[in-house]
Design a protein around this ligand. Sequence first.
Ligand code: PRX
Length: 629
Amino acid sequence: MLIRSFDDYTRAYEHSVNNPSDFWNTVASGFSWKKPWSQTLEWNFETPDVKWFIDGKLNITENCIDRHLPAKKNDIAFYFEPNDPKGQARSISYQQLHDDVCRLANTLKKLGVTKGDRVCIYMPMIPEAVFAMLACARIGAVHSVVFAGFSASSLAGRIQDCDCKVVLTTDGAFRGAKDISIKSVVDEALEVCSSVTNVLVYKHTGTAVNMSAGRDLWWQDEVPQAAASCPAETMDSEDLLFILYTSGSTGKPKGVVHTCGGYMVYTCYTFQNVFQYNAGDLFWCTADVGWITGHSYITYGPLLAGASTVLFEGVPTYPDAGRFWQVIDKYKVTHFYTAPTAIRALEAAGLDFVTPYKLDSLRVLGSVGEPINEEAWQWYHKNIGKEKCPIVDTWWQTETGGMLISPIAGITPLKPSYATLPLPGVQPILVDEKGNEIVGNNVEGNLCIKFPWPSIIRTTYGDHERCRQTYFATYKGLYFTGDGCKRDENGYYRITGRVDDVINVSGHRIGTAEVESAINMHADVVESAVVGYPHDIKGQGIYAYVIAPSTAKDHEALKKEIIAEVNKIIGPIAKPDKIQIVSGLPKTRSGKIMRRILRKVAEGDTSNLGDTSTLLDPSVVDEIVRGKQ
Ligand code: PRX
């Protein structure tokens, strides 16, 4: 079933469209099922309701671990590279992974966690974070990983939304030159979370922490004592595997739900085919397990494929901007998967940080998370790939579970900044504002998908209607991605960016409404409007227009306080890059903010602001243009 030529790709694609059930039956039969499925697929995009591999029973961890033990128990699952290059590196074999996951799974059971319970994981990038995900999956608990850069209030919101029973965390985290307190964030969050009965704390940095008696336990006291084997819970294909919160155009982040069977089949299939990973290769994805890329292509996809990977705790610029390249040489990484924002930042640091390293082990490069501009693509291709490594520009989303549009490494002819062609099973369509299909090539429109693939979002946790509204109601009968897209003369796809009120900052999805609501919490803020603007390194930056009363204090001090407020409420990733204090916002007579105008000003394009005659007070536009940051 592996694709090894462009003909194979074409055949697989046609098969997947003409007979999806037959195609996916064959792919799924390569896994270990406790009981086979009785029907491959049942779906409608109206309610929506999608089920794959119906009645099938499995446990994803048996497929990630146990299945590989007979042949490769001593093979390395993870090479752990710590933040500090002189720190303690670790290698974890598949057998060790099995034992560590089982011990933790048994500890969770002892804490009363049972099938279906939610467990929050708030941890830095250390092997224990992966053990934590798999330990949950082993016993049928649903993990909700929260990126360990989110604030206490964001963490609390996520814990409350799905009523987590246990939190897995660490004392602290090393990130570059910084020592970050993790446990104290959890403590603050838990002041408002009544569902949590226990916190298991892995001692990682040795920083002093408060342990709440009866609630908090040290990982190192509990886990090593537990048995190193744990039966894998029998899960239905459609039982929940995990919840991962992500931002949208409105409201609070929503809990995207993925289920066991389809997610397993799709992440493994796409990992093996897109990267063309073979036994003996070494894969490194630089994402954090707090994002979907970490879920699908650090934890699940590679382990399902029995791969060896690097797990990196640090940041690309510590101790200097050569760190990625040093790690590639150290471990002889063959496949390297990162985000355009990192590529641009390392390009800006200069070639002096690249040339000391050979990088001759590399065979495949990948990009994910945001559009890669042609210049960054060429730099990556020339200086890192030495013009011999294909770059797979993989387009996908938290909601899609796995990559949907992407080249197949070494097989799909590349075109810089294009995600190229849909993977087998993926049926993209472009539509206009009214939902009419835009046919033919050399066209542009809103990207939708018209047929389910196995790892499509099943629901948004606790609020199915929100899932319907967000993804399936804009265009009848279609999954709407929120992205704009071009299709060139050869049918290649190029993602142009979000068409909704979501901004993509350094590959992180941020909802403008969320940032506005954090800014509005400041006592001196009357109202705010947030838009994205082009940023050389981050892809997009955050531009906030803020109305403050005329009595408000010194504006520079106010701006600093606003940034602190956003840090506190969401986390540093959402902090505005630019803040402009204004006396009013451009609103229509019905009170709607005309974001089009604000976006244009933030982009620095004030030559043609379009029709402003419908504004309640057109003079605010002049003031906004004059005060541009
Ligand atoms: O706008 C697209 C952009 O990232 C969004 C999804 O963000 P998230 O759910 O956080 O998942 C990121 C990692 C899969 C998309 O709607 N995006 C992701 N990959 C690409 C991309 N934009 C252009 N090219 C890509 N390769």
